[in-house]
Design a binder for this molecule. Structure first.
Ligand SMILES: C[S@@+](CC[C@H](N)C(=O)[O-])C[C@H]1O[C@@H](n2cnc3c(N)ncnc32)[C@H](O)[C@@H]1O
Length: 310
């Protein structure tokens, strides 16, 4: 049996979380439970609240939950609802939080989930199987301009127009049903040395759109910082530059004391610094981790600590 997911940068994550006795830690991207398990095993006096929007992740971690009764709460939800979910659990403040963004290996490797252009299946790409928007709907109903902006904004694809045009043309002849249908259209639309990159960028772009990945990230990170106790820690692992840019800019903004234009005698913005950044440069996996787990190769970890006077 293949493993559900190999946790990335696990040791560094645990180091940065600096687990405190009797602390409450939140893992908003439970996946196969690798990071959650490491947190629970590293400090036997902490509790973990873990969230995932994918029903498969909840099922996969049933045993972990049973082994940690009273210490692990698992919730099926999107992390955009973090604050509401914590309030329902009667938790006001937490000691640390982890975001391990993107898709799990399980989601990627399970053909029927439709995330991979290497496996032929229905064009799905939903992390939350209860949601209505699928990749199939985007590819078959969004207009040329919408497709172009998705490919450009979420895939940083130079040939966005050419590929959007090929999709719009192809679907007038026949519905684009499967990952293979879409992969073939992309392949035929771009030059040969560029085919694999184009497929992976377009699939990434559609996945980001289906799951509203970037729209919710900034506000979820803000909420997470808000609910941290003084000196509580936030750790974020991202896997592509668009996510990492959001994390980097938000951390920088939150660390800043004042955002008034230079030259003013007195601060009028009232902005206070909420965190101290712990990683001036992102932490990346070493060669041996990448050799063991090639999915780790694009990972970037950023961590910050909540100010102690907040
Ligand atoms: C990279 S995997 C996490 C792997 C996990 N750290 C482990 O050790 O197994 C990302 C997981 O986060 C979930 N996820 C992504 N975005 C989410 C969101 N907005 N809300 C809740 N879960 C999300 C995905 O369904 C996936 O299971």
């Amino acid at each position: 049996m293949t493993k559900y997911h190999i946790p990335v940068l696990q040791e560094k994550t645990i180091d940065f979380l600096q687990l405190r006795d009797n602390g409450i830690y939140v893992d908003v991207t439970l996946g196969g439970g690798g990071h959650t398990k490491a947190i629970l095993e590293t400090n036997r006096k902490v509790k973990v609240i873990a969230l995932d929007q994918d029903e498969d992740a909840i099922e996969e971690t049933i045993e972990l939950k049973k082994r940690n009764t009273g210490r692990l709460t698992i919730l099926h939800d999107n992390f955009k609802n973090l604050r509401t979910r914590l309030a329902l659990e009667r938790i006001k403040k937490i000691d640390g939080i982890l975001f391990d963004l993107g898709v799990s290996s399980h989601q990627f490797d399970t053909a029927e989930r439709g995330f991979s252009y290497n496996k032929d299946s229905f064009l799905d790409m939903r992390m939350d199987q209860d949601k209505a928007l699928t990749a199939h709907k985007i590819v078959n109903t969004f207009n040329f301009d919408q497709l172009t902006s998705i490919f450009f904004d979420y895939g940083e694809e130079r040939e966005s127009k050419r590929i959007a045009n090929a999709i719009v043309k192809a679907r007038t002849k026949k519905e684009i049903k499967t990952t293979k249908d879409l992969a073939d259209i992309i392949e035929n639309a771009v030059y040969s040395k560029y085919k694999i990159k184009a497929k992976s960028r377009i699939f990434q772009a559609i996945r980001i759109c289906v799951n509203s990945e970037l729209e919710i990230l900034k506000s979820a990170l803000k909420d997470a910082i808000q609910v941290l106790k003084p000196k509580g820690r936030i750790v974020v692992i991202s896997y592509h530059s668009l996510e990492d840019k959001i994390v980097k800019h938000l951390f920088k903004y939150e660390e800043k004391e004042c955002t008034c234009p230079p030259g003013l005698l007195k601060c009028v913005c009232g902005k206070v610094s909420t965190i101290r950044i712990l990683t001036k440069k992102p932490i990346t996996p070493g060669g041996s981790e990448i050799r063991k787990n090639k999915r780790a190769r694009s990972a970037k970890l950023r961590a910050a600590q909540k100010r102690e006077d907040l």
